[in-house]
Design a binder for this molecule. Structure first.
Ligand SMILES: [Zn+2]
Length: 139
C-alpha cells in the first residue's frame, strides 16, 4: 500500500498544522485515544487501534504475550501520529487559502511593466524594478 497516498488522499486533512514530533510522543504515550484528542478527529483513534487489532488477528500465535501488543500498539500509534501530522501539514501547505504562504488570490498582482507575478507584500517588481501599482508610497 502507498502510505503517502493513504495519508494524503484518504484521510481528511487536519484543520491546523500539527507538530509531527509531538504527535509521535502523544501516540507513544497515549495511543490512539491521545491522537484522536490531539488531532481532534475520531478517525485518528480508530485507525491505529484497527491496525493493532488486525495484527492481533494475523498473529494469533502471540496470544498471551500482552506486553508485545502494548509495545507494538504504542509504536504503531507513534508512527501513525508522526506520519499523519507530517502529511497533513504538507496538504495544508498546498491547499489554497489555508497555509501561511497563501493569502486571498485577489491580492496577487502582476507587474504592470513586465507582467511578472508579484508577492502580495512586494512594493517593487523583483524582475524589472517597477513600483507596483497601488503599493503604499513612502514619499
Ligand atoms: Zn516588472
Amino acid at each position: 500500500m502507498d502510505t503517502e497516498k493513504f495519508f494524503k488522499e484518504i484521510l481528511p486533512t487536519l484543520k491546523n498544522p500539527k507538530d509531527p514530533t509531538t504527535a509521535l510522543l502523544v501516540g507513544l504515550v497515549f495511543g490512539g485515544i491521545g491522537l484522536a484528542v490531539y488531532f481532534r478527529k475520531v478517525i485518528d483513534f480508530f485507525i491505529p487501534i484497527g491496525i493493532v487489532i488486525a495484527l492481533e488477528i494475523l498473529h494469533t500465535q502471540l496470544q498471551g504475550q500482552g506486553l508485545i501488543y502494548i509495545a507494538a500498539g504504542a509504536l504503531i500509534a507513534a508512527a501513525y501520529g508522526y506520519l499523519r501530522a507530517k502529511y497533513s501539514n504538507e496538504m495544508l501547505a498546498q491547499a489554497p487559502g489555508n497555509g501561511a504562504i497563501s493569502s486571498s488570490p485577489s491580492i496577487v498582482q502582476s507587474c504592470t511593466h513586465c507582467g511578472y507575478t508579484l508577492e502580495p507584500a512586494a512594493t517593487f517588481c523583483p524582475h524589472c524594478g517597477t513600483r507596483r501599482a497601488g503599493a503604499t508610497s513612502f514619499s
